[in-house]
Design a protein around this ligand. Structure first.
Ligand SMILES: *[C@@H]1O[C@H](CO)[C@@H](O)[C@H](O)[C@H]1NC(C)=O
Ligand SMILES: *[C@@H]1O[C@H](CO)[C@@H](O)[C@H](O)[C@H]1NC(C)=O
Ligand SMILES: *[C@@H]1O[C@H](CO)[C@@H](O)[C@H](O)[C@H]1NC(C)=O
Length: 435
């Protein structure tokens, strides 16, 4: 990613933690434009975005799409609470024109908590409590209402579901610990309460409905995709999209099954088994049915997978988790794919092969779509640069937005699988060194 564009993304991420009014944002955006230009002038040695590139970016994102949070009105009576007992929330933007009877939902991500202590920590953050969440957020990428940024879904009704249960919307109250920790495991109830509410504000009359989510929200999307289908009328066109949600059951670089133990703990702590796909749980241990590889075999609704083959969250937490690299050999590579040596790249190519193997059966199914790029990124549908912009990653010259649209509207079958790193010059590879 050109230096300045990355700076903008960072600033946006940093700013996202504060509650800013629309006016503050416009002022800040103008201020940062100046700062970014100053940087662009100073750092001539790197590839920097030129003035027209930047203008174009701001044109695509005029900063006028702040959508405020709504706390669920149906949650209290249903006992659907975030980890800390606060009411769950969502952001709703009404559709218009030809999109007024279509609904796009996006479930926020944010990892999981697998123990009393990590959940207790989480409940004091925006990952476990609406009390700490931003009151308004920008709708970008697949959520944007700008046709230049979001050609196929810009005028749909859009809902961003906030994530606050710590288990991809699968917790059950029977598993709450009754000894004073005061943690609520109500993910399943949150899902049900929010669906009830969104159906009541118009989704029950949807012509087309699209459930999406990123990271832990991408996993929640896969887990609830068939339930979502069931909630809607038979003649509604229903599909699902999981972005950066295909977490692999692979060993880390020391040979430990880190992710498997982690998911075992999550499923056990939150009592998630009752929310997993019945056909899967009938055949194997519940934690296995928390892995997309098994979930996708059982999903009946059409699904699209957007997933980088070198998803940085997975590289940093599944393949090379903290503690697995005691000698620090991977210190730079896990933060920046361009810093990996030959041996490390071999390991990363192995990780990519595991992903391709895990999706190979689904790849044969006509209704499944894929965009597996060879980038070092994560959550590519909700960022202005990666979803659909002059800087978005492309496979066969198609952006992610174009690929998803081609599949959703049956314009063509879409199974776009990139050649291995470093072959794709359109990648926006993240670089975490120096953060
Ligand atoms: C219950 O509380 C005790 C003491 O605070 C703690 O040691 C124990 O781990 C808690 N039980 C569970 C299941 O976490
Ligand atoms: C591997 O996993 C075991 C069991 O969870 C743990 O005790 C050990 O410290 C781990 N090893 C490394 C290198 O992380
Ligand atoms: C790639 O697509 C763009 C439009 O999306 C088009 O202008 C351009 O010519 C295409 N490039 C190639 C090499 O096909």
């Amino acid at each position: 990613m050109p230096f300045s564009l990355r700076a903008i993304t960072r600033l946006r991420t940093l700013l996202g933690y504060r509650n800013w009014t629309k006016k503050e944002w416009i002022i800040a955006a103008a201020g940062f434009t100046i700062i970014v230009f100053a940087f662009a002038l100073i750092s001539n040695s790197r590839h920097t975005a030129n003035k027209s590139e930047l203008n174009h970016l701001f044109e695509l994102n005029p900063g006028n799409e702040f959508v405020k949070i709504t706390l669920s009105s149906k949650a209290k009576e249903r006992g659907a609470f975030c980890l800390d007992g606060s009411l769950p929330g969502y952001h709703f933007q009404k559709g218009f024109g030809s999109g007024s009877e279509n609904w796009l939902l996006h479930i926020e991500g944010g990892g999981w908590c697998d123990s009393v202590s990590t959940c207790a920590f989480r409940k004091g953050t925006r990952r476990g409590s609406t009390n700490y969440m931003e009151k308004g957020i920008p709708f970008q990428g697949i959520l944007s209402s700008n046709p230049l940024q979001n050609p196929d879904f810009f005028n749909w009704n859009k809902v961003k579901i906030r994530y606050c249960d710590g288990a991809s919307l699968t917790g059950h109250p029977e598993n709450e610990i009754k000894n004073g920790s005061r943690l609520f495991f109500r993910g399943q109830l949150i899902w049900e309460a929010l669906m009830d509410e969104i159906l009541s504000i118009g989704m029950s009359r949807a012509k087309q409905a699209f459930l999406s989510g990123c990271s832990a929200g991408g996993l929640a999307t896969l887990l609830h995709c068939d339930d979502f289908r069931e909630l809607l009328p038979k003649d509604t066109d229903v599909k699902c999209l999981s972005d950066g949600g295909f977490f692999l059951d692979v060993k880390d670089i020391t040979g430990n099954s880190t992710m498997r133990s982690f998911y075992q703990n999550v499923v056990q702590l939150h009592g998630s088994a009752k929310s997993l796909l019945k056909d899967c749980v009938a055949k194997m241990e519940p934690y296995k049915c928390f892995f997309p590889e098994e979930i996708i075999k059982n999903i009946k609704t059409p699904v699209f997978l957007v997933n980088p083959a070198y998803d940085f969250w997975q590289i940093q937490n599944v393949l090379v988790p903290g503690g697995s690299d005691s000698h620090g050999h991977w210190k730079n590579c896990r933060l920046n794919i361009n810093a990996c040596n030959g041996d490390q790249l071999d390991v990363l190519q192995g990780f990519r092969s595991s992903l391709l193997k895990a999706v190979s059966e689904s790849q044969k199914r006509k209704e499944v779509g894929m965009f597996i790029d060879s980038c070092f990124s994560h959550c590519q549908t909700v960022s202005i640069e990666t979803w659909h912009s002059p800087y978005s990653p492309r496979i066969n010259n198609k952006s992610i937005a174009e690929s998803v649209g081609d599949w959703y509207f049956n314009r063509e079958e879409v199974k776009r699988i990139d050649c291995p790193f470093p072959c794709n010059p359109t990648c926006r590879n993240e670089d975490f060194t120096g953060i």
